[in-house]
Design a binder for this molecule. Structure first.
Ligand SMILES: *[C@@H]1O[C@H](CO)[C@@H](O)[C@H](O)[C@H]1NC(C)=O
Ligand SMILES: *[C@@H]1O[C@H](CO)[C@@H](O)[C@H](O)[C@H]1NC(C)=O
Ligand SMILES: *[C@@H]1O[C@H](CO)[C@@H](O)[C@H](O)[C@H]1NC(C)=O
Ligand SMILES: *[C@@H]1O[C@H](CO)[C@@H](O)[C@H](O)[C@H]1NC(C)=O
Ligand SMILES: *[C@@H]1O[C@H](CO)[C@@H](O)[C@H](O)[C@H]1NC(C)=O
Ligand SMILES: *[C@@H]1O[C@H](CO)[C@@H](O)[C@H](O)[C@H]1NC(C)=O
Ligand SMILES: *[C@@H]1O[C@H](CO)[C@@H](O)[C@H](O)[C@H]1NC(C)=O
Length: 371
């Protein structure tokens, strides 16, 4: 076909027109989005959308509505998308997820809500009966630490029976409500990096059998026996703990001896003391028992107590000897006391006599003057 061939050109334009028109009747693409039917993917990236656009094609498997200004997800936003497997709503301004928001997405495996200021997640946002989500990304997506309670209810009521991976990084989480993950029986991978956790309780991960737990960049100063037994009960677990502000005093002893015999901590060589000053940056596993503050202070305290006891005994012995000497010399002492008494009396009498003499003399003088 050459440009000079009119029939070919006409046929070509018709073909092009046909190609353009063919998908139109059933599969329009929403305004400001890009749709690809062959890959069944729809992208609406950085388009200043404030609501989820209407008319998302029914064929869509992967939907990315990211870097927009959407503030809430309503119950009608994701209707008629039976094939949707991947949904990313990352980097929006979503603070509210309404009832039934995700409950019609029966094929959904990956949901990304990262980088949003979530505050209210309706307890019925997900369908307890048909929730098929396997991976949920909630990194940097809780507005403040109070939002954890809304998440707790949504996880408990949302039927996340197939959830195997949950990301909760960078959420400033200080406290995990007891049993918050307890309904997540298939959870294997839990990422809590970059939060402010200080403790793990028996109830924190109750009912779980994790394979991967990331606790790096939190606020753990140590991990007590309760936490260590929680880890010990999950035999396939690999834990990441670096960049925590470990304080190398006696409270860290249990952790150090556990680290020495457990293989569960994957980054054990990277764990370091941040306090006290003289142990800063030294490896946690190298803290032999005797170097820890508690032992030296314990020893000092013992030495202190010992020296006091010795001093007490010595004083007691001296006291007893003194009394014994007094007893042996009781006669001499009595004589000495008596002689002292006599001396005193003599002295007093003499003094009295002289005083009387003096006063007599003064009386005599006065009398002499008067005359
Ligand atoms: C959960 O996973 C199992 C096995 O992978 C599957 O048979 C089941 O349909 C899934 N449940 C839901 C609600 O998708
Ligand atoms: C979850 O979201 C964060 C922040 O957007 C991102 O860095 C991370 O790669 C995501 N995780 C997965 C598994 O996609
Ligand atoms: C979180 O934000 C809400 C709404 O602004 C506020 O009422 C609540 O006190 C905040 N919680 C914390 C722990 O700051
Ligand atoms: C940690 O989280 C805070 C917000 O909670 C964020 O600003 C910071 O960039 C995060 N740091 C890393 C290393 O991810
Ligand atoms: C923690 O839970 C285990 C088993 O679930 C139990 O045996 C143990 O006594 C509990 N410890 C505490 C401190 O509650
Ligand atoms: C400890 O390591 C950090 C970073 O690796 C460094 O900035 C700091 O100066 C070190 N402190 C000491 C006492 O070595
Ligand atoms: C670590 O364990 C080995 C034996 O398994 C023991 O010889 C060593 O003293 C322990 N080190 C510390 C710091 O507890």
């Amino acid at each position: 076909m050459t440009p000079q061939d009119p029939t070919g050109a006409v046929l070509g334009s018709w073909g092009l027109l046909f190609l353009l028109l063919a998908p139109l009747p059933c599969d329009l693409c929403p305004f400001r989005c890009e749709c690809s039917e062959p890959t069944r993917t729809v992208k609406c990236v950085q388009k200043e959308l404030t609501v989820v656009p209407a008319g998302i094609p029914r064929y869509t498997r992967n939907l990315f509505i990211i870097k927009n200004q959407i503030t809430r997800i309503g119950s009608q936003d994701f209707q008629g998308l039976p094939s949707l497997v991947t949904l990313s709503l990352a980097n929006n301004r979503i603070s509210t997820v309404e009832s039934q928001a995700f409950s019609n997405l029966q094929s959904l495996h990956y949901l990304d809500l990262s980088n949003n200021p979530l505050f209210t997640i309706h307890p019925e946002a997900f369908s307890a009966m048909t929730n098929s989500i396997q991976e949920l990304n909630l990194s940097h997506s809780l507005y403040n630490s109070s939002a954890i309670h809304s998440l707790e209810t949504a996880l408990a009521r949302g039927g996340f029976r197939n959830l195997s991976r949950l990301e909760l990084t960078s959420n400033e989480i200080v406290y995990l409500p007891p049993g918050i993950f307890s309904g997540l029986h298939k959870l294997k991978h839990l990422d809590l990096r970059n939060n402010s956790l200080v403790d793990i309780k028996n109830s924190t991960f109750s009912g779980l059998n994790l394979k991967f737990l990331d606790l790096t960049l939190n606020a753990f100063r140590t991990l007590g026996r309760e936490a260590l037994s929680v880890f010990g009960r999950q035999p396939h677990l690999r834990i990441f703990l670096k960049d925590n502000p470990f304080v190398c005093n006696c409270d860290i002893e249990d952790l150090v001896s556990w680290l020495n015999q457990s293989w569960q901590v994957a980054d054990v060589d990277k764990l370091a003391c941040v306090f006290p000053q003289e142990l800063q940056n030294t490896s946690l596993v190298d803290q032999a028992g005797s170097e820890l503050e508690c032992h030296s202070s314990q020893a000092e305290e013992n030495a202190f107590q010992t020296s006091y006891a010795a001093l007490g005994v010595a004083l007691g012995v001296i006291g007893v000897i003194f009394l014994f000497v007094l007893y042996l010399n009781r006669k001499g002492i009595k004589m000495w006391v008596n002689s002292m008494w006599d001396t005193c009396q003599n002295f007093l009498e003499e003094y009295h006599y002289r005083y009387e003499m003096d006063s007599d003399r003064r009386i005599a003088q006065v009398l002499a003057l008067d005359i």
